[in-house]
Design a protein around this ligand. Sequence first.
Ligand SMILES: Nc1ncnc2c1ncn2[C@@H]1O[C@H](COP(=O)(O)OP(=O)(O)OP(=O)(O)O)[C@@H](O)[C@H]1O
Length: 586
Amino acid sequence: MNSILLELKPFLDTLILSFSAVLNLEFTIISANPTRRIAGTGIYKKALNQKDWNNTYTDYVIKTKKNLTVLRPEKIYPKIIDGCTGSYYSIILEPIMLEDLVYGVLVIASFDEKQQNFLINNKEKLINYLKHISSLITAKIIETELKNKITIYNKNLEEILNYLNEGILLFEKDKIITNSIANSILYINEMDIYNDLIKKIKFEVENCLKIKKDINTKIIKYYNNLSFVLFLELKYLDENKVLVLLNTLDKIQEQNFSNSEFDNSLKAIVTQDPEMLNLKKNIQAISNNDSNILIQGETGTGKELFARAIHFSSYRKNNPFISINCASIPETLLESELFGYESGAFTGASKSGKVGKIVLANNGTLFLDEIGDMPLYLQAKLLRVLNDSYVEPIGSEKSIKVNIRIISATNKNLSEMIKNNEFRSDLYFRLNVIPINIPPLKNRKKDIQLLINYFIDKYNKKFEKNVTGIDLNTLDILSNYSWPGNVRELENTIEYVMNFKEKGIIKSEDLPNKHFNINFIELQNPKMELDTYNKSLTFKDNVKLYEKTIIEQEIQKYPSPLSRDNLLKICHKLNISPATLYRKIK
Ligand SMILES: Nc1ncnc2c1ncn2[C@@H]1O[C@H](COP(=O)(O)OP(=O)(O)OP(=O)(O)O)[C@@H](O)[C@H]1O
């Protein structure tokens, strides 16, 4: 265990050589366990590997843990030192100790008359010297043991890290510990690539240390003309340490979608409408072709749901499905979101650059929602990507090869937009290889009931409620509503109801007021029979009452509370607007 002194041999050699030269005395160091001379000056050098230490002064010091001074000893130990006459042999011995453990013995000795006189005359000083040198060695032992511990700790850490199924890098000051997965992701054997990636990661680490917060970001690895996106999760540990989790896109996809809240299968499209069922059947047929698809339909009809189902039914399903809404991102940002940019491409650009969604979708599907809102200059840029299969990030000289399928969606009339020069016809034809038209919910009355039950089920589970269904009257109200927001609006309505209802059947009073209840139409007295003229009222009031009664009679023909659709029917029949209707029955 004490062989640590052996590890320190170069240090000990230099140490005793310097002291020996200054003091003109000989020095030796013997390790305690195993007892071995490991360093020596002058004559001691010849006896470096002496093994027999029984009954020596050294042995005595190791056992007693005390220093010892022997001037002109009768017997000379060790005898095997050649050339030692013994008549001038005097020694001072000092144990080298750490806490209560003897690591070795430090010896100072005289071998001739001059040395002997000096040693005897300066005995006290030399004993002190030896104590100092011994504590110097002890300090070195502590430092070495600490370093050894850290090395072992790092090795253990590396071993543990290697067990983990994730690329891990630990940055500590200038040191980086990586596990084998990180090394393989970073192509450790291709030094150029490795150094480039480490440089990019270090940049992010410095950011993380600066803001003292965790960061999630991405970098790109270029290899053989191909580009791979690497995801970095930087965990700020302390002011010197950052842990980086490194993931490739495949892994992210796996994690995202294995416990994803999305059901991406065709089953997620709930319908019993013949047109929709036909669409679902077609998806199975088209999903494995790479042809671009344009989905048209009103807002909330399930265009993204279809896009996901197509991607996840296709052979691309293990690669990314990346979605971007062209209407919700300001025009100026849309370009960088789509195409990405190189570091410092423009004022305000992040120094590490940005990976565009087109590159992120490599080998997978890019879903361009609200494509009708894409500005014309970006339509041209997108068309080039479709024609060449290369993307050029803003400010970059490098083109990145991509292999993507594009599914786009819109609720605008693109043919009309083409006529008005608002949409490029060449792009339209590239995107619209396979058109899909999703009918609005108001045209699929049968789906309304099915979807209501589906959403009741969904929110029963989510909110832990026990709502058992909907009564016929309320179902009728919902079936007659026009649903301008389509399935999204229907889902929001049921979610609203389920927030307030614990159990039982959904009734009309559970519905949100703004859509369905017209309880505010309070029909007040006086009422009149149509053929009665009330003499106590003025002619004008009689007319008012007459109109009110006609309207009331119409309203009573429909279930209460009156649905918006039925209200519109009455307005149509009487040829008045809803506002006039409200005014006349006030
Ligand atoms: N047939 C359906 N079955 C079950 N859920 C549906 C169906 N259609 C739509 N939804 C749900 O309605 C919501 C809106 O769907 P989605 O986002 O796909 O519509 P969208 O047409 O893409 O809307 P937008 O045009 O506003 O982007 C989502 O929560 C989706 O899960």
